[in-house]
Design a binder for this molecule. Structure first.
Ligand code: ADP
Length: 245
C-alpha cells in the first residue's frame, strides 16, 4: 500500500529518524518496537502528516507519490493527512464533547461530511468497540480503556486507508489492556492495514505480519515476527526483548 524510501526527520540539528526504508502492505500489520527515544512516535507522526519529514519519499499504490526532498504541494499534504487515522497513547479526546461527538467531530468539521450519515456511522463504530451504552458520556465518565476505544472509533470514522496506533495500551491499568488489544486484533482480522507501536511482545507475535526494531532513529532489524521477536539477529534487539519480556 505504501513504500517508504530514505525517510528522515530532524528537529533543528537533531536527526531523530534516519534513512527509513519500509514497505507497508495492504491488509497487513506492521509492529514498531524499540527503546524510548528511538524515533517510533516520530515515524508514526510522519506517516500521519503531523510532522513533515525532512527527506525521503512515499509511494502509495493508488499513484500518490510524495518527495519530501522537494516542496510538498498543499493538496498532496491534505491527501496524505486523510490517508491515516491515528490512535494516541493518551487518547487525546476532547474533554467537553461526548463519546459520540468525539467520533463525529473529524468527519463533520474537517471532512465536511453529512451530519446525519456521520452520526449513524459513529454509532455503528461505537457499538463495534463495545460502547453502545456509553455514547453520551464524557471522557471523564469513562475508564481509560473505554476512552481508548472511543479513540479507535474516532480514527475509524475518518475512513482511513491506514490505521496508526502509538502505544495504545501503555497508559492503561493492566486489567484494561486486554479489551483494547482485542479490538485491535479484530481490526487486523478484518483486514485493516495497521502500523502499531507497542511493547506488548505476545500481542505483537499474534497479530503482526512484519516487525521493525528501531534504535537511535534507524531500523536496525526487520522481518517476520518469528525472526525478529523469537530469534533476533541484532544484539540491540536481543537486549531490548530481554528487558521487556
Ligand atoms: P520514541 O517514540 O521511540 O520514544 P520519539 O519519536 O518520541 O521516540 O522521539 C525521538 C527523539 O526525537 C527523542 O530524542 C525526542 O526527544 C526527539 N523529539 C521528538 N519530538 C520532538 C520535537 N517536537 N522537538 C524536538 N525533539 C523532538
Amino acid at each position: 500500500m505504501l513504500s517508504i524510501k530514505g525517510l528522515a526527520k530532524s528537529f533543528g540539528d537533531l536527526e531523530v529518524i534516519k534513512d527509513i526504508d519500509l514497505e507497508i502492505e495492504k491488509g497487513k500489520v506492521v509492529t514498531i518496537m524499540g527503546p524510548s527515544g528511538s524515533g517510533k512516535t516520530t515515524l508514526l507522526r510522519c506517516l500521519n502528516a503531523l510532522e513533515e519529514p525532512t527527506k525521503g519519499q512515499y509511494r502509495f499504490d493508488d499513484g500518490l507519490s510524495i518527495d519530501f526532498n522537494k516542496k510538498v504541494s498543499k493538496s498532496d499534504w491534505l491527501t496524505l493527512r486523510r490517508k491515516a487515522g491515528m490512535v494516541f497513547q493518551t487518547y487525546n479526546l476532547f474533554p467537553h464533547k461526548t463519546a459520540l461527538q468525539n467520533v463525529t467531530e473529524g468527519p463533520i468539521v474537517v471532512q465536511k461530511r453529512n451530519k446525519q450519515e456521520v452520526e449513524e456511522l459513529a454509532k455503528r463504530l461505537l457499538k463495534k468497540v463495545g460502547l453502545e451504552d456509553k455514547m453520551d458520556l464524557f471522557p471523564h465518565q469513562l475508564s481509560g480503556g473505554q476512552q481508548q476505544r472511543v479513540g479507535i472509533a474516532r480514527a475509524l470514522a475518518i475512513e482511513p486507508q491506514l490505521l496508526l496506533f502509538d502505544e495504545p495500551t501503555s497508559a492503561l491499568d493492566p486489567e484494561l489492556v486486554g479489551d483494547v488489544l482485542s479490538v485491535i486484533k479484530d481490526l487486523a482480522l478484518e483486514g485493516w492495514t495497521i502500523a502499531i507501536v507497542t511493547h506488548e511482545v505476545q500481542f505483537a507475535k499474534q497479530v503482526s505480519d512484519h516487525v521493525i526494531f528501531m534504535d537511535g532513529g534507524y531500523i536496525v532489524e526487520q522481518g517476520p515476527p518469528t525472526d525478529v521477536l523469537e530469534s533476533p539477529k541484532e544484539k540491540r534487539t536481543q537486549q531490548f526483548l530481554h528487558r521487556v519480556l
